[in-house]
Write a protein that binds this ligand. Structure first.
Ligand SMILES: Nc1ncnc2c1ncn2[C@@H]1O[C@H](COP(=O)(O)OP(=O)(O)OP(=O)(O)O)[C@@H](O)[C@H]1O
Ligand SMILES: N[C@@H](CCO)C(=O)O
Length: 286
């Protein structure tokens, strides 16, 4: 059995902790069979190979009596780069428990469990449902609503350095002044309305108008402003910090992708540029 989970890009500008989209990089988890101890084969650097691996801790939190397995993980999702690697591990762990224990979890139950673990639904909900998702929690429970997908591709600029979400969250202010919070929220509300109305002239302006996190994180990711400027010169629709960074995501028409990628490399930026597309299926067995 192989479980496949897509990467995800959270926030999309002003949708801090609430909006995310599944994108076409994948984690594949293969169950090789029962084992004396949990064993996780992977080539993802320093991540654990035993029962402390996040995929296993998640599976055991869902099904504590799950017998140990020999697992193999192959992932295209770079760790701690703002493309939802931790969410892909959490969603894979939930699906592992779901399949091996025949739990028949609904999509809503998976979103609830995964969001409780991650703390916010913006990566886990699209990784489960596919597509573009808006969600939050109220009274300790999570709701996620699927939004219409925009018909564009992404150019993901993936820097050579990583940035842990915890460090990128530590750069955020403890509180916002009331008037600033009202404006930040108005930008986000209008952004969501424009996505549902498919009014992309407004949506892509607002995607670059976040007031919740990008102003505080751009010191950590200096390429954000640089790529946004390059995007404006080379036909991009909008650029935002993917999740907690450091990946910088540019929404672009497929036809404009090539020239934009060349411009990023010509500017001397050292990261990779990868063409991505929305994933519409979310977690699945392959
Ligand atoms: N494939 C994996 N298997 C097990 N654990 C993983 C895997 N990928 C990521 N993790 C865990 O998630 C941590 C990285 O999470 P972090 O939130 O910092 O980055 P991210 O999820 O890639 O970024 P973002 O949430 O901004 O998209 C790793 O240190 C590791 O503990
Ligand atoms: N919304 C989260 C995504 C990363 O977990 C953040 O920006 O910190």
């Amino acid at each position: 059995m192989i479980i496949q989970v897509p990467a995800s890009s959270a926030n999309l500008g002003p949708g801090f902790d609430s909006i995310g989209i599944a994108v076409s990089l994948y984690l594949k988890l293969e169950v090789l069979g029962p084992s004396d101890n949990w064993q996780v084969d992977h080539q993802l650097g320093k991540l654990p190979h035993d029962e402390t691996n996040m995929i296993v801790t998640t599976a055991l939190s869902v099904a504590p009596d799950l017998p140990p397995q020999h697992l193999q993980v192959v992932s295209e999702i770079p760790v701690a780069h703002g493309l939802g690697s931790s969410s892909s591990a959490i969603v894979a762990g939930i699906e592992l428990a779901n399949q091996l224990k025949d739990l028949n979890l609904s999509k809503e139950e998976k979103v609830e469990i995964a969001s409780q673990i991650e703390g916010h639904p913006d990566n886990v909900a699209p990784a489960i449902l596919g597509g573009l998702v808006v969600g939050t929690h109220i009274n300790g429970h999570f709701s996620a609503v699927e939004a219409p997908l925009f018909p564009y591709a992404f150019a993901a600029y993936i820097p050579p350095y990583n940035l842990k979400t915890a460090d990128a969250r530590a750069a955020l202010p403890y509180q916002l002044e009331y008037s600033q919070a009202v404006h930040a929220s108005a930008v986000a509300n209008t952004f969501v309305a424009s996505l549902f109305a498919k009014n992309y002239d407004v949506a892509f302006k607002l995607m670059e108008a976040d007031r919740f996190h990008e102003p505080y994180r751009k010191e950590l990711v200096p390429e954000l402003d640089q790529i946004r400027e390059l995007g404006k010169k080379h036909g991009a629709l909008a650029t935002y910090l993917s999740g907690a960074g450091p990946t910088v995501m540019t929404v672009i028409d497929n036809d404009d992708y090539g020239l934009f990628e060349q411009a990023v490399h010509a500017a001397g930026l050292k990261g990779k540029v990868v063409r991505l597309h929305p994933d519409v299926e979310g977690v699945k067995l392959i």
